[in-house]
Design a protein around this ligand. Structure first.
Ligand code: NI
Length: 258
């Protein structure tokens, strides 16, 4: 069976893949994954994402400094991220946003760096991939203030309530779902999976993190996006093909993959 699944968010630039990337790429192609957005989280990984997107045609890059690293963000990082973002293999700015769960950088700095990335995305007319952990209200407020004229917004690994999802949908954002949709206790995520309009839905792995069932606990990889698709299809009570077609069309349009 020919499949055409797009993993909207993975980190093959993570050191977890430094030893066996060719095998990981072979497995995702065997699984029917036709494109992976390889997402940067600091200057090094953003550079790596772009380099890998030249080595492997199935990969495209997103570049940014993650909120965890916001405290290290300086003029030099801004210069490098901006110049990487101009590369033709880069299809989005991300991941950027706020993380109040781990608070690895002071909140004020996270906000400043988040706003910088949103402005860059607007200038370059690129979509933006948002990381939001326990910071829903501030993320929405900042997107409301800065978000006008953004080409597209992806709420990556969406973890909010349906109420939050509805606010995002009202603002025209995409909701991207990951491995947790397969977790036994993730009732809330399955409710989101069942209710988000198909034309707003994306799927992702966030590899090497968030490994879906039944492989939870092992390193995650893009081939496992099939399990996410199955989880979403089960939550909606539809065929996997319907989810694949919709999410791939959405990703192709949003990231201009053709
Ligand atoms: Ni990520």
């Amino acid at each position: 069976m020919t499949r055409d699944i797009i993993d909207s968010h993975a980190h093959l630039n993570d050191p977890a893949f430094s030893r066996d990337l060719p095998e990981v790429i072979a497995r995702l192609q065997e699984a029917g994954v036709s494109a992976v957005i390889n997402v940067g989280y600091d200057v090094r990984s953003s550079r790596e994402a772009v380099a890998q997107a030249y080595n492997w045609p199935v990969l495209r890059a997103a570049v940014a400094v993650h909120p965890h690293e916001a405290a290290t963000f300086n003029e030099e990082s801004a210069r490098v991220i901006r110049s990487l973002a101009l590369d033709r293999r880069v299809v989005a700015i991300g991941e950027t946003g706020l993380d109040y769960y781990r608070n690895l950088s002071p909140r004020r700095q996270q906000e400043e760096v988040f706003r910088w990335h949103l402005r860059l995305a607007k200038q370059l007319n690129l979509p933006v991939i948002i990381h939001d952990r326990d910071a829903h209200q501030d993320v929405l407020r900042i997107l409301r203030e800065e978000g006008r004229a953004l080409r597209g917004v992806v709420m990556h690994c969406f973890s909010g309530s349906w109420e939050m999802a509805r606010q995002c949908l009202d603002m025209g954002f995409y909701i991207s779902l990951a491995g947790p949709v397969t977790f036994k206790n993730a009732v809330k995520v399955r409710e989101i999976a069942a209710r988000v309009p198909l034309d707003r839905l994306l799927v992702e792995t966030d590899a090497p993190y968030l490994t879906p069932e039944p492989y939870r606990g092992q390193r995650n990889e893009p081939a496992n996006v099939c399990l996410v698709v199955e989880g979403v299809a089960a939550a909606r009570g539809v065929a996997v093909e319907e989810i694949i077609e919709a999410t791939s069309n959405n990703a192709r349009q949003l990231f201009r993959l053709d």
